[in-house]
Design a protein around this ligand. Structure first.
Ligand code: NAP
Length: 323
């Protein structure tokens, strides 16, 4: 377990990194993402920070960014308006970043929710709880790859906050759970997690400088969690505080413990070794920053070519939704 003290010491050293880091946050209008954004803004100097908000959250997020501008005016803060429950909106996010930047150092993704109320498809005909937690995340990585691969000396980093290490077998005949008999809020969570890990691994294999961390934060006291409780979910009584989750998230995003090829962010604390990658080449990480091994499930899926099946299914779906 990485102690909170170690996390905080490492995060304080972000200020010594070369100036001009570029980071994009998707999901920072609330919860873990918001705390991660605040933590990053507090510790960086001269970073260019992009943050995505859907229309309903623009006003409150502008207020948050205004407060960050006051507390750390050396950074530049940009709000991008987009609704990531629609895959097609990811292309607009890419355009907004690519107009102004030639590189991206950190892509941080935490948008998403569990659909306790049932499945209410978007106008693209997809379950938004799967789109926010899987399709849009993969689409964002793929779209932003040219910028991520152009990050100068740093090993660029992708953080996806969901359920790394909790992968389970899929309904292989109905990957988007179109049949109402196959859909449940739990199945859509399992598919988002497992399809995410399998496809992120494929991206990592093809982009050897890119470090991808799929983080399971455990129960965290956020607005999302409070909403879940109000809809009948009973989470464990121990819950991590939102601020701690934000600090731990930024440790994952900026410490070389989770870098490929040595990294270039904050060096690995002397008391810790490097984290180990999954058989497919990404970091599956538990709430406390330790690598998790879920090869029992993942190796079997890869062996049977389910990773390729998920990939081609998703690419066809992207082509049909963004044509
Ligand atoms: N908290 C936990 O205990 C926990 C545990 C394990 C995994 N996770 C996962 O970690 C991620 C972050 O969780 P959190 O607790 O920080 O959640 P949160 O407080 O509810 O924040 C979720 C973020 O997702 C966005 N979002 C939610 N529904 C959306 C929709 N329909 N369309 C577009 N954007 C939407 C929210 O935007 P708005 O502000 O516009 O609503 C917000 O930015 C989620 O994917 C969650 O499933 C959380």
């Amino acid at each position: 377990m990485v102690s909170l003290q170690t996390v905080q010491r490492s995060n304080a050293r972000i200020a010594n990194l070369p100036h001009g880091l570029v980071a994009l946050f998707i999901g920072a209008t609330s919860g873990i993402g918001q705390a991660a954004l605040q933590n990053f803004a507090q510790h960086t100097s001269s970073a260019r920070i992009y943050s995505v908000a859907r229309t309903s959250a623009v006003q409150s997020h502008e207020t948050l960014l205004g407060a960050l501008r006051q507390s750390n005016p050396r950074n530049i803060y940009n709000l991008v308006t987009a609704d990531v429950s629609l895959i097609s909106e990811i292309d607009r996010i890419y355009e907004s970043i690519a107009q102004n930047e030639v590189k991206l150092d950190i892509l941080f993704m935490s948008a998403g929710f569990m659909a306790f109320e049932g499945r209410k498809d978007t106008r693209e005909g997809l379950d938004p709880s799967m789109t926010t937690r899987y399709y849009s995340r993969l689409r964002a990585i793929q779209s932003l790859l040219p910028l991520l691969n152009s990050a100068d000396s740093l090993s660029p980093r992708v953080i996806s906050v969901l359920a790394g290490g909790k992968e389970e077998p899929l309904n292989e005949e109905d990957l988007d759970l179109r049949d109402p008999h196959n859909w449940s809020y739990w199945n859509s969570s399992v598919h988002s997690c497992t399809m995410g890990t399998l496809t992120f691994e494929r991206v990592a294999r093809q982009n050897p400088r890119l470090s991808i961390v799929h983080w399971y934060p455990g129960p965290v006291e956020t607005p999302g969690m409070i909403r879940s409780i109000s809809l009948g979910m009973s989470p464990p009584s121990y819950r991590m505080g939102q601020e701690e989750a934000g600090a731990r998230a930024i440790f994952l995003a900026t410490n070389d413990r989770y870098a490929v090829d040595g990294g270039g962010f904050v060096s690995v604390p002397t008391e810790l070794g490097s984290a180990s990658k999954s058989g497919g080449g990404i970091f599956l990480v538990d709430p406390w920053g330790e690598s998790v091994n879920n090869e029992r499930v993942l190796a079997e899926l890869r062996k049977r070519g389910i990773d390729e099946k998920v990939w081609s299914f998703t690419q066809k779906l992207f082509a049909s939704k963004t044509a």
